[in-house]
Design a protein around this ligand. Structure first.
Ligand code: PEP
Ligand code: MG
Length: 567
Protein backbone atom coordinates (compact mmCIF):
# COMPACT_ATOMS: atom_id res chain seq x y z
CA UNK A 1 0.00 0.00 0.00
CA UNK A 2 1.18 3.49 -0.79
CA UNK A 3 2.43 5.41 2.21
CA UNK A 4 0.08 8.26 3.09
CA UNK A 5 1.47 11.67 2.25
CA UNK A 6 0.82 14.43 4.73
CA UNK A 7 2.10 18.00 4.88
CA UNK A 8 1.99 20.28 7.89
CA UNK A 9 1.42 23.99 8.28
CA UNK A 10 -0.14 26.46 10.62
CA UNK A 11 -3.91 25.98 10.95
CA UNK A 12 -5.43 29.46 10.76
CA UNK A 13 -9.10 28.80 10.09
CA UNK A 14 -10.78 25.72 11.55
CA UNK A 15 -12.78 23.00 9.85
CA UNK A 16 -12.15 20.00 7.61
CA UNK A 17 -12.70 19.75 3.92
CA UNK A 18 -11.62 17.70 0.95
CA UNK A 19 -11.78 17.96 -2.80
CA UNK A 20 -10.05 18.64 -6.05
CA UNK A 21 -7.23 21.16 -5.92
CA UNK A 22 -6.76 24.34 -7.88
CA UNK A 23 -3.27 25.79 -7.95
CA UNK A 24 -3.18 29.57 -8.17
CA UNK A 25 -0.14 30.03 -10.26
CA UNK A 26 2.75 32.18 -9.14
CA UNK A 27 4.37 34.59 -11.48
CA UNK A 28 7.69 33.34 -12.80
CA UNK A 29 10.30 36.07 -12.76
CA UNK A 30 12.48 34.39 -15.38
CA UNK A 31 12.08 35.45 -18.97
CA UNK A 32 11.30 32.27 -20.83
CA UNK A 33 10.64 32.93 -24.47
CA UNK A 34 12.56 34.69 -27.18
CA UNK A 35 10.16 36.08 -29.73
CA UNK A 36 9.31 32.53 -30.87
CA UNK A 37 7.04 33.46 -33.73
CA UNK A 38 9.54 35.97 -35.11
CA UNK A 39 6.65 38.34 -35.55
CA UNK A 40 7.22 41.95 -36.49
CA UNK A 41 7.61 44.79 -34.03
CA UNK A 42 4.23 46.18 -35.05
CA UNK A 43 2.52 42.83 -34.52
CA UNK A 44 3.98 42.52 -31.03
CA UNK A 45 2.93 46.07 -30.13
CA UNK A 46 -0.57 45.32 -31.38
CA UNK A 47 -0.72 42.13 -29.29
CA UNK A 48 0.34 44.04 -26.19
CA UNK A 49 -2.22 46.75 -26.80
CA UNK A 50 -5.01 44.19 -27.19
CA UNK A 51 -3.93 42.51 -23.96
CA UNK A 52 -4.02 45.86 -22.18
CA UNK A 53 -7.58 46.51 -23.36
CA UNK A 54 -8.72 43.05 -22.20
CA UNK A 55 -6.95 43.40 -18.88
CA UNK A 56 -8.55 46.76 -18.30
CA UNK A 57 -11.96 45.22 -18.95
CA UNK A 58 -11.22 42.38 -16.53
CA UNK A 59 -10.13 44.80 -13.86
CA UNK A 60 -13.21 46.97 -14.31
CA UNK A 61 -15.40 43.90 -13.84
CA UNK A 62 -13.46 42.85 -10.78
CA UNK A 63 -13.62 46.34 -9.34
CA UNK A 64 -17.41 46.43 -9.74
CA UNK A 65 -17.81 42.97 -8.22
CA UNK A 66 -15.65 43.77 -5.19
CA UNK A 67 -17.38 47.11 -4.75
CA UNK A 68 -20.78 45.42 -4.66
CA UNK A 69 -19.65 42.60 -2.38
CA UNK A 70 -17.03 44.19 -0.16
CA UNK A 71 -17.29 47.96 -0.50
CA UNK A 72 -15.44 50.85 -2.01
CA UNK A 73 -12.21 50.68 -0.03
CA UNK A 74 -11.24 47.20 -1.18
CA UNK A 75 -12.43 47.86 -4.73
CA UNK A 76 -9.80 50.57 -4.94
CA UNK A 77 -7.13 47.88 -5.06
CA UNK A 78 -8.32 47.10 -8.59
CA UNK A 79 -8.63 50.78 -9.46
CA UNK A 80 -4.94 51.09 -8.58
CA UNK A 81 -4.17 48.06 -10.76
CA UNK A 82 -5.85 49.79 -13.68
CA UNK A 83 -3.60 52.80 -13.17
CA UNK A 84 -0.59 50.53 -13.61
CA UNK A 85 -1.82 49.82 -17.15
CA UNK A 86 -1.12 53.40 -18.11
CA UNK A 87 2.02 53.82 -16.02
CA UNK A 88 4.87 55.06 -18.26
CA UNK A 89 7.43 53.27 -16.09
CA UNK A 90 5.68 49.95 -16.65
CA UNK A 91 3.68 49.71 -19.87
CA UNK A 92 5.45 52.73 -21.40
CA UNK A 93 8.82 51.12 -20.79
CA UNK A 94 7.64 47.75 -22.13
CA UNK A 95 6.51 49.44 -25.36
CA UNK A 96 9.89 51.17 -25.69
CA UNK A 97 11.70 47.86 -25.37
CA UNK A 98 9.39 46.30 -27.95
CA UNK A 99 10.19 49.04 -30.41
CA UNK A 100 13.82 48.05 -30.27
CA UNK A 101 12.84 44.73 -31.83
CA UNK A 102 13.72 41.06 -31.02
CA UNK A 103 11.47 40.82 -28.01
CA UNK A 104 8.04 39.25 -27.73
CA UNK A 105 5.38 41.22 -25.87
CA UNK A 106 5.61 38.61 -23.09
CA UNK A 107 9.33 39.09 -22.82
CA UNK A 108 9.16 42.87 -22.72
CA UNK A 109 6.52 42.77 -19.99
CA UNK A 110 8.36 40.18 -17.96
CA UNK A 111 11.61 42.11 -18.15
CA UNK A 112 10.11 45.40 -17.02
CA UNK A 113 7.80 43.92 -14.38
CA UNK A 114 10.54 41.60 -13.12
CA UNK A 115 12.85 44.56 -12.53
CA UNK A 116 10.09 46.51 -10.74
CA UNK A 117 9.16 43.51 -8.57
CA UNK A 118 12.76 42.82 -7.59
CA UNK A 119 13.29 46.48 -6.76
CA UNK A 120 10.13 46.71 -4.63
CA UNK A 121 10.89 43.46 -2.82
CA UNK A 122 14.36 44.68 -1.95
CA UNK A 123 12.99 47.68 -0.05
CA UNK A 124 12.73 47.47 3.73
CA UNK A 125 9.27 48.93 3.97
CA UNK A 126 6.65 46.14 3.98
CA UNK A 127 4.21 48.52 2.29
CA UNK A 128 6.38 48.74 -0.82
CA UNK A 129 7.16 45.04 -0.66
CA UNK A 130 3.43 44.44 -0.92
CA UNK A 131 3.21 46.69 -3.97
CA UNK A 132 5.32 44.07 -5.75
CA UNK A 133 2.29 41.80 -5.47
CA UNK A 134 0.21 44.44 -7.28
CA UNK A 135 2.65 44.59 -10.19
CA UNK A 136 2.64 40.81 -10.23
CA UNK A 137 -1.18 40.64 -10.27
CA UNK A 138 -1.36 42.92 -13.28
CA UNK A 139 1.46 41.15 -15.05
CA UNK A 140 -0.21 37.77 -14.64
CA UNK A 141 -3.44 39.05 -16.17
CA UNK A 142 -1.59 40.65 -19.07
CA UNK A 143 0.29 37.41 -19.76
CA UNK A 144 -2.92 35.40 -19.63
CA UNK A 145 -4.52 37.71 -22.11
CA UNK A 146 -1.46 37.60 -24.37
CA UNK A 147 -1.47 33.84 -24.29
CA UNK A 148 -5.05 33.85 -25.43
CA UNK A 149 -6.58 32.27 -22.37
CA UNK A 150 -10.09 33.53 -21.88
CA UNK A 151 -8.91 36.73 -20.38
CA UNK A 152 -11.27 37.31 -17.56
CA UNK A 153 -11.21 36.78 -13.82
CA UNK A 154 -12.40 33.20 -14.25
CA UNK A 155 -8.88 32.44 -15.48
CA UNK A 156 -7.87 32.75 -11.86
CA UNK A 157 -10.46 30.16 -10.90
CA UNK A 158 -12.62 27.73 -12.90
CA UNK A 159 -16.17 28.73 -13.79
CA UNK A 160 -17.73 25.73 -12.06
CA UNK A 161 -16.91 23.23 -9.36
CA UNK A 162 -15.60 23.39 -5.82
CA UNK A 163 -11.88 23.41 -5.09
CA UNK A 164 -9.25 23.46 -2.39
CA UNK A 165 -6.96 26.34 -3.36
CA UNK A 166 -3.21 25.87 -3.28
CA UNK A 167 -1.18 29.08 -3.52
CA UNK A 168 2.34 30.24 -2.86
CA UNK A 169 1.00 33.48 -1.53
CA UNK A 170 -2.53 34.80 -1.23
CA UNK A 171 -3.08 38.52 -1.31
CA UNK A 172 -6.24 40.06 0.16
CA UNK A 173 -7.15 41.11 -3.37
CA UNK A 174 -6.95 37.55 -4.65
CA UNK A 175 -8.86 36.17 -1.69
CA UNK A 176 -11.64 38.68 -2.16
CA UNK A 177 -11.94 38.04 -5.87
CA UNK A 178 -12.56 34.31 -5.42
CA UNK A 179 -16.11 32.89 -5.38
CA UNK A 180 -16.04 31.95 -1.71
CA UNK A 181 -19.04 29.63 -1.89
CA UNK A 182 -16.99 27.34 -4.18
CA UNK A 183 -13.77 27.43 -2.18
CA UNK A 184 -13.41 24.34 0.01
CA UNK A 185 -10.20 25.47 1.65
CA UNK A 186 -6.94 27.38 1.38
CA UNK A 187 -3.45 25.89 1.59
CA UNK A 188 -0.83 28.61 1.37
CA UNK A 189 2.94 28.25 1.33
CA UNK A 190 3.64 31.65 2.94
CA UNK A 191 1.82 33.84 5.48
CA UNK A 192 1.10 33.88 9.21
CA UNK A 193 -1.90 33.47 11.50
CA UNK A 194 -2.84 37.12 11.50
CA UNK A 195 -2.22 37.78 7.83
CA UNK A 196 -5.22 39.37 6.17
CA UNK A 197 -5.78 36.28 4.06
CA UNK A 198 -6.06 34.21 7.26
CA UNK A 199 -8.47 36.70 8.80
CA UNK A 200 -10.59 36.66 5.64
CA UNK A 201 -10.67 32.86 5.61
CA UNK A 202 -11.95 32.86 9.17
CA UNK A 203 -14.53 35.50 8.29
CA UNK A 204 -15.90 33.27 5.57
CA UNK A 205 -15.63 30.11 7.67
CA UNK A 206 -13.34 28.47 5.11
CA UNK A 207 -10.71 26.06 6.50
CA UNK A 208 -7.19 27.32 5.86
CA UNK A 209 -3.60 26.56 6.65
CA UNK A 210 -0.56 28.67 5.89
CA UNK A 211 3.20 28.32 6.12
CA UNK A 212 3.24 24.92 4.36
CA UNK A 213 6.78 25.33 3.06
CA UNK A 214 8.19 21.84 3.52
CA UNK A 215 7.43 19.55 0.60
CA UNK A 216 5.57 22.30 -1.21
CA UNK A 217 6.73 21.29 -4.68
CA UNK A 218 5.25 17.84 -4.22
CA UNK A 219 2.09 19.14 -2.58
CA UNK A 220 1.29 21.59 -5.31
CA UNK A 221 1.11 18.74 -7.81
CA UNK A 222 -1.55 16.85 -5.85
CA UNK A 223 -4.94 16.85 -7.50
CA UNK A 224 -7.10 15.70 -4.58
CA UNK A 225 -6.45 16.63 -0.94
CA UNK A 226 -8.08 16.72 2.44
CA UNK A 227 -7.24 19.54 4.83
CA UNK A 228 -7.73 20.28 8.51
CA UNK A 229 -7.53 23.99 9.25
CA UNK A 230 -7.62 23.38 12.99
CA UNK A 231 -4.85 20.82 13.33
CA UNK A 232 -2.90 22.33 10.43
CA UNK A 233 -2.40 19.44 8.02
CA UNK A 234 -3.14 18.58 4.42
CA UNK A 235 -2.97 15.08 2.97
CA UNK A 236 -3.57 13.14 -0.19
CA UNK A 237 -7.07 11.86 -0.59
CA UNK A 238 -8.58 9.49 -3.16
CA UNK A 239 -10.04 11.02 -6.30
CA UNK A 240 -13.72 11.80 -5.89
CA UNK A 241 -13.56 12.34 -2.11
CA UNK A 242 -15.19 15.65 -1.31
CA UNK A 243 -16.05 17.09 2.06
CA UNK A 244 -17.31 20.55 2.83
CA UNK A 245 -16.47 22.16 6.16
CA UNK A 246 -19.83 21.57 7.68
CA UNK A 247 -19.55 23.92 10.61
CA UNK A 248 -23.17 24.98 10.38
CA UNK A 249 -24.35 21.45 11.01
CA UNK A 250 -23.23 21.78 14.59
CA UNK A 251 -25.83 24.44 15.22
CA UNK A 252 -28.67 21.93 15.26
CA UNK A 253 -27.46 20.33 18.47
CA UNK A 254 -26.95 23.58 20.27
CA UNK A 255 -29.48 25.26 22.49
CA UNK A 256 -28.57 28.81 23.49
CA UNK A 257 -29.12 28.11 27.17
CA UNK A 258 -27.13 24.89 27.42
CA UNK A 259 -23.87 24.43 29.31
CA UNK A 260 -21.57 27.41 29.67
CA UNK A 261 -23.12 29.02 26.63
CA UNK A 262 -25.70 30.98 28.60
CA UNK A 263 -22.90 32.75 30.49
CA UNK A 264 -21.29 34.42 27.50
CA UNK A 265 -22.22 36.61 24.60
CA UNK A 266 -20.74 35.33 21.35
CA UNK A 267 -20.21 38.24 18.99
CA UNK A 268 -18.51 38.76 15.64
CA UNK A 269 -15.50 40.74 14.45
CA UNK A 270 -16.14 42.70 11.27
CA UNK A 271 -14.11 44.96 9.02
CA UNK A 272 -16.90 46.53 6.99
CA UNK A 273 -20.68 46.45 6.53
CA UNK A 274 -20.05 43.84 3.83
CA UNK A 275 -19.30 41.32 6.57
CA UNK A 276 -22.83 41.64 7.96
CA UNK A 277 -24.05 38.73 5.86
CA UNK A 278 -21.65 36.50 7.83
CA UNK A 279 -22.74 38.00 11.14
CA UNK A 280 -26.27 36.86 10.30
CA UNK A 281 -25.25 33.56 8.73
CA UNK A 282 -23.30 32.47 11.81
CA UNK A 283 -25.88 33.96 14.22
CA UNK A 284 -23.59 36.32 16.13
CA UNK A 285 -25.03 38.17 19.10
CA UNK A 286 -23.84 41.55 17.91
CA UNK A 287 -20.45 42.86 16.85
CA UNK A 288 -17.71 42.84 19.48
CA UNK A 289 -15.06 44.43 17.28
CA UNK A 290 -15.68 46.63 14.26
CA UNK A 291 -12.24 47.31 12.78
CA UNK A 292 -12.92 50.72 11.26
CA UNK A 293 -9.44 51.13 9.78
CA UNK A 294 -10.41 49.21 6.63
CA UNK A 295 -12.43 52.29 5.60
CA UNK A 296 -9.24 54.32 5.68
CA UNK A 297 -6.94 51.98 3.80
CA UNK A 298 -7.89 53.02 0.26
CA UNK A 299 -6.32 55.79 -1.76
CA UNK A 300 -8.68 58.42 -0.36
CA UNK A 301 -10.02 59.02 3.13
CA UNK A 302 -13.73 58.59 3.90
CA UNK A 303 -15.80 61.72 4.63
CA UNK A 304 -17.71 62.10 7.89
CA UNK A 305 -20.95 61.26 6.04
CA UNK A 306 -19.45 58.10 4.55
CA UNK A 307 -18.32 57.05 7.99
CA UNK A 308 -21.75 57.72 9.51
CA UNK A 309 -23.33 55.57 6.82
CA UNK A 310 -20.95 52.65 7.28
CA UNK A 311 -21.22 52.66 11.08
CA UNK A 312 -25.00 53.08 10.99
CA UNK A 313 -25.37 50.14 8.68
CA UNK A 314 -23.58 47.85 11.13
CA UNK A 315 -25.31 49.27 14.21
CA UNK A 316 -28.83 49.07 12.84
CA UNK A 317 -28.29 45.61 11.42
CA UNK A 318 -27.08 44.33 14.83
CA UNK A 319 -29.68 46.13 16.97
CA UNK A 320 -30.95 45.28 19.55
CA UNK A 321 -27.56 43.60 20.05
CA UNK A 322 -24.55 45.77 20.78
CA UNK A 323 -22.01 46.99 18.19
CA UNK A 324 -18.56 47.77 19.55
CA UNK A 325 -16.79 50.22 17.26
CA UNK A 326 -13.05 50.49 17.60
CA UNK A 327 -11.49 53.81 16.68
CA UNK A 328 -8.84 53.83 13.97
CA UNK A 329 -6.02 51.33 14.40
CA UNK A 330 -3.69 52.38 11.61
CA UNK A 331 0.01 51.62 11.91
CA UNK A 332 1.94 48.41 12.46
CA UNK A 333 0.99 46.26 9.47
CA UNK A 334 -2.08 48.36 8.61
CA UNK A 335 -1.22 51.04 6.12
CA UNK A 336 -3.31 54.01 5.06
CA UNK A 337 -1.52 55.52 2.05
CA UNK A 338 -3.88 58.52 2.02
CA UNK A 339 -2.61 59.58 5.45
CA UNK A 340 0.94 59.83 4.09
CA UNK A 341 2.56 58.74 7.31
CA UNK A 342 6.31 58.82 7.68
CA UNK A 343 8.15 55.53 7.62
CA UNK A 344 9.17 54.21 11.03
CA UNK A 345 11.89 51.87 12.15
CA UNK A 346 9.63 49.83 14.43
CA UNK A 347 6.05 50.35 13.22
CA UNK A 348 4.48 47.94 15.75
CA UNK A 349 6.09 49.99 18.52
CA UNK A 350 5.50 53.29 16.79
CA UNK A 351 2.81 55.85 16.10
CA UNK A 352 0.03 53.32 15.84
CA UNK A 353 -3.72 53.39 16.63
CA UNK A 354 -4.62 55.85 19.41
CA UNK A 355 -1.08 57.23 19.34
CA UNK A 356 -1.76 58.32 15.78
CA UNK A 357 -5.27 59.67 16.32
CA UNK A 358 -4.17 61.69 19.35
CA UNK A 359 -1.60 63.32 17.07
CA UNK A 360 -4.17 63.93 14.35
CA UNK A 361 -7.06 65.46 16.36
CA UNK A 362 -9.00 66.55 13.25
CA UNK A 363 -9.03 63.03 11.89
CA UNK A 364 -9.95 61.67 15.32
CA UNK A 365 -12.72 64.20 15.98
CA UNK A 366 -14.25 63.51 12.59
CA UNK A 367 -14.41 59.79 13.34
CA UNK A 368 -15.77 60.36 16.84
CA UNK A 369 -18.48 62.70 15.51
CA UNK A 370 -19.46 60.05 12.98
CA UNK A 371 -19.69 57.44 15.74
CA UNK A 372 -21.84 59.69 17.98
CA UNK A 373 -24.18 60.32 15.07
CA UNK A 374 -24.37 56.69 13.99
CA UNK A 375 -25.01 55.59 17.59
CA UNK A 376 -28.51 57.03 17.33
CA UNK A 377 -29.31 53.95 15.17
CA UNK A 378 -28.99 51.39 18.00
CA UNK A 379 -26.94 50.13 20.95
CA UNK A 380 -23.34 51.20 20.42
CA UNK A 381 -20.07 51.09 22.31
CA UNK A 382 -16.79 52.73 21.39
CA UNK A 383 -13.33 51.53 22.34
CA UNK A 384 -9.82 52.90 21.97
CA UNK A 385 -6.99 50.65 20.76
CA UNK A 386 -3.39 50.47 21.96
CA UNK A 387 -3.66 52.26 25.29
CA UNK A 388 -0.54 52.00 27.45
CA UNK A 389 -1.06 54.81 29.96
CA UNK A 390 -3.94 56.42 31.84
CA UNK A 391 -3.12 59.81 30.33
CA UNK A 392 -3.88 58.49 26.87
CA UNK A 393 -7.29 57.31 28.05
CA UNK A 394 -8.02 60.69 29.64
CA UNK A 395 -7.06 62.51 26.45
CA UNK A 396 -9.16 60.21 24.30
CA UNK A 397 -12.20 60.67 26.54
CA UNK A 398 -11.78 64.42 26.52
CA UNK A 399 -11.75 64.53 22.73
CA UNK A 400 -14.72 62.16 22.71
CA UNK A 401 -16.70 64.64 24.83
CA UNK A 402 -15.65 67.57 22.66
CA UNK A 403 -16.78 65.83 19.54
CA UNK A 404 -20.15 65.10 21.13
CA UNK A 405 -20.63 68.82 21.68
CA UNK A 406 -19.75 69.47 18.05
CA UNK A 407 -22.42 67.03 16.93
CA UNK A 408 -25.03 68.60 19.21
CA UNK A 409 -24.13 72.06 17.95
CA UNK A 410 -24.43 70.93 14.37
CA UNK A 411 -27.98 69.84 15.19
CA UNK A 412 -27.65 66.08 14.59
CA UNK A 413 -29.27 63.51 16.87
CA UNK A 414 -26.69 61.99 19.23
CA UNK A 415 -26.76 58.41 20.45
CA UNK A 416 -25.62 56.88 23.74
CA UNK A 417 -22.19 55.29 23.92
CA UNK A 418 -20.66 52.77 26.28
CA UNK A 419 -17.00 53.75 26.50
CA UNK A 420 -14.34 51.08 26.69
CA UNK A 421 -10.72 50.39 25.92
CA UNK A 422 -8.75 47.60 24.38
CA UNK A 423 -6.35 45.79 26.62
CA UNK A 424 -3.53 44.77 24.34
CA UNK A 425 -0.44 46.33 25.86
CA UNK A 426 1.00 44.60 28.94
CA UNK A 427 1.21 47.83 30.99
CA UNK A 428 -2.53 48.43 30.64
CA UNK A 429 -3.30 44.80 31.39
CA UNK A 430 -1.19 44.85 34.51
CA UNK A 431 -2.90 48.04 35.73
CA UNK A 432 -6.43 47.06 34.69
CA UNK A 433 -7.66 47.88 38.20
CA UNK A 434 -6.54 51.50 37.70
CA UNK A 435 -8.24 51.75 34.33
CA UNK A 436 -11.44 50.05 35.48
CA UNK A 437 -12.90 53.12 37.18
CA UNK A 438 -12.54 55.08 33.92
CA UNK A 439 -14.34 52.77 31.47
CA UNK A 440 -17.53 50.77 31.02
CA UNK A 441 -15.76 47.73 29.61
CA UNK A 442 -12.47 46.13 28.62
CA UNK A 443 -11.86 44.26 25.39
CA UNK A 444 -8.74 42.13 25.38
CA UNK A 445 -6.86 42.11 22.07
CA UNK A 446 -5.00 38.84 22.39
CA UNK A 447 -3.24 39.23 19.03
CA UNK A 448 -1.28 42.20 20.21
CA UNK A 449 -1.20 41.23 23.87
CA UNK A 450 0.56 38.01 22.87
CA UNK A 451 2.88 39.88 20.51
CA UNK A 452 3.88 42.45 23.12
CA UNK A 453 4.11 40.07 26.08
CA UNK A 454 6.29 37.56 24.26
CA UNK A 455 8.13 40.11 22.09
CA UNK A 456 7.23 38.14 18.95
CA UNK A 457 6.18 39.89 15.75
CA UNK A 458 2.70 38.51 15.07
CA UNK A 459 3.38 38.53 11.32
CA UNK A 460 6.69 36.73 11.40
CA UNK A 461 6.18 33.20 10.23
CA UNK A 462 9.71 32.28 11.21
CA UNK A 463 8.70 32.79 14.86
CA UNK A 464 5.23 31.20 14.65
CA UNK A 465 6.30 28.60 17.24
CA UNK A 466 7.06 31.34 19.74
CA UNK A 467 3.83 33.21 19.15
CA UNK A 468 1.86 31.48 21.90
CA UNK A 469 -1.61 32.70 22.90
CA UNK A 470 -1.65 29.66 25.25
CA UNK A 471 1.42 30.89 27.11
CA UNK A 472 0.59 30.76 30.84
CA UNK A 473 1.78 34.37 31.24
CA UNK A 474 -0.68 35.58 28.59
CA UNK A 475 -3.56 33.61 30.10
CA UNK A 476 -2.59 34.73 33.60
CA UNK A 477 -2.72 38.32 32.43
CA UNK A 478 -6.17 37.79 30.93
CA UNK A 479 -7.41 36.32 34.22
CA UNK A 480 -5.99 39.31 36.05
CA UNK A 481 -7.77 41.78 33.75
CA UNK A 482 -11.09 40.00 34.01
CA UNK A 483 -10.76 39.87 37.80
CA UNK A 484 -10.04 43.61 37.98
CA UNK A 485 -13.08 44.24 35.80
CA UNK A 486 -15.35 42.05 37.92
CA UNK A 487 -14.26 43.85 41.09
CA UNK A 488 -15.09 47.23 39.57
CA UNK A 489 -18.34 46.13 37.89
CA UNK A 490 -16.81 46.49 34.44
CA UNK A 491 -17.40 43.72 31.88
CA UNK A 492 -14.54 42.18 29.94
CA UNK A 493 -14.56 40.73 26.44
CA UNK A 494 -11.92 39.01 24.35
CA UNK A 495 -11.76 40.08 20.72
CA UNK A 496 -8.39 38.82 19.48
CA UNK A 497 -8.11 35.57 17.54
CA UNK A 498 -7.98 33.62 20.83
CA UNK A 499 -11.60 34.71 21.35
CA UNK A 500 -12.53 32.34 18.53
CA UNK A 501 -10.51 29.41 19.86
CA UNK A 502 -12.90 26.71 21.07
CA UNK A 503 -10.20 25.13 23.26
CA UNK A 504 -9.81 28.34 25.25
CA UNK A 505 -13.52 29.20 25.52
CA UNK A 506 -14.22 27.30 28.81
CA UNK A 507 -11.17 28.93 30.39
CA UNK A 508 -12.46 32.37 29.38
CA UNK A 509 -15.88 31.52 30.83
CA UNK A 510 -14.21 30.33 34.05
CA UNK A 511 -12.26 33.57 34.55
CA UNK A 512 -15.46 35.62 34.16
CA UNK A 513 -15.13 36.90 30.59
CA UNK A 514 -18.56 38.10 29.42
CA UNK A 515 -18.13 38.33 25.67
CA UNK A 516 -16.08 36.46 23.09
CA UNK A 517 -15.86 38.20 19.75
CA UNK A 518 -14.43 36.36 16.79
CA UNK A 519 -14.31 35.90 13.04
CA UNK A 520 -17.90 34.88 12.19
CA UNK A 521 -16.79 31.52 10.79
CA UNK A 522 -15.43 30.52 14.22
CA UNK A 523 -18.78 30.97 15.98
CA UNK A 524 -20.31 27.49 15.47
CA UNK A 525 -17.34 25.69 16.91
CA UNK A 526 -17.02 27.92 19.98
CA UNK A 527 -20.78 27.77 20.52
CA UNK A 528 -20.68 24.02 20.29
CA UNK A 529 -17.77 23.70 22.74
CA UNK A 530 -19.44 25.95 25.32
CA UNK A 531 -22.86 24.34 24.98
CA UNK A 532 -21.44 20.86 25.56
CA UNK A 533 -19.75 21.75 28.82
CA UNK A 534 -21.14 22.77 32.17
CA UNK A 535 -18.81 23.74 35.02
CA UNK A 536 -19.79 24.41 38.62
CA UNK A 537 -18.00 27.16 40.50
CA UNK A 538 -15.47 24.81 42.12
CA UNK A 539 -14.77 23.18 38.73
CA UNK A 540 -14.15 26.59 37.20
CA UNK A 541 -11.74 27.50 39.97
CA UNK A 542 -9.94 24.24 39.53
CA UNK A 543 -9.70 24.73 35.74
CA UNK A 544 -8.23 28.22 36.17
CA UNK A 545 -5.82 26.96 38.84
CA UNK A 546 -4.64 24.09 36.66
CA UNK A 547 -4.10 26.34 33.64
CA UNK A 548 -2.24 28.96 35.62
CA UNK A 549 -0.11 26.34 37.32
CA UNK A 550 1.28 25.26 33.94
CA UNK A 551 4.80 26.23 33.00
CA UNK A 552 4.50 26.01 29.22
CA UNK A 553 1.96 26.61 26.47
CA UNK A 554 1.93 22.94 25.55
CA UNK A 555 1.07 21.98 29.14
CA UNK A 556 -1.80 24.48 28.98
CA UNK A 557 -3.03 22.93 25.76
CA UNK A 558 -2.98 19.52 27.35
CA UNK A 559 -4.98 20.70 30.37
CA UNK A 560 -7.53 22.45 28.15
CA UNK A 561 -7.75 19.46 25.82
CA UNK A 562 -8.93 17.29 28.72
CA UNK A 563 -11.76 19.69 29.53
CA UNK A 564 -12.96 21.09 26.24
CA UNK A 565 -15.14 18.99 23.99
CA UNK A 566 -13.92 19.89 20.52
CA UNK A 567 -16.01 18.41 17.74
C1 PEP B 1 -5.85 42.28 18.78
O1 PEP B 1 -4.76 42.86 18.80
O2 PEP B 1 -6.05 41.20 19.35
C2 PEP B 1 -6.98 42.84 18.04
C3 PEP B 1 -8.18 42.35 18.15
O3 PEP B 1 -6.73 43.87 17.19
P1 PEP B 1 -6.00 43.74 15.75
O4 PEP B 1 -5.87 42.30 15.42
O5 PEP B 1 -6.87 44.48 14.80
O6 PEP B 1 -4.70 44.42 16.03
MG1 MG C 1 -4.62 44.89 18.19
Amino acid sequence: MMEEMIWRGLGVSGGRSAGKTWYLEEYEAEVQEENPKNSSVDEEIERLQQAIILTEQNLTQLEAKVKAERGEALAQIFGAHKLLLSDPAFIGEALLRLQKGHLSAEQALQEVAGEAIRMLRSLDDPYFQERAVDVQDVLVQLLQNLRGSQGNSSDLFPETGNYVILADELTPAQTIALPKERVLGFVVRKGGKTSHAAILARTYGIPALVGVAEGWEELKNQSWVEIDGEAGWVRQTPEGHTLSANMEGMEEETSLASGLLGELILAANVGSPDDLAFVKKFKAQGVGLYRTEFLFMGDTLPTEEEQVQAYQQVISSCAPDLTVIRTLDIGGDKRAPALQLPQEKNPFLGVRALRLTLRRPELFRQQLRAIWRAAAAGPTAIMFPMIATLEELFQAKEILNLSREEVVQAGYPVGELEVGMMIEIPSAAWMANKFASEVDFFSIGTNDLTQYMLAVDRENNELAELYQPYHPAVLGMIARVSQAGLQAGVWTGVCGEAGGDALLAPFFAAVGIKELSMAPGSLPKVRHALASLDLKLDEKISLVDSVLACATASEVKEVLGKVTPIA
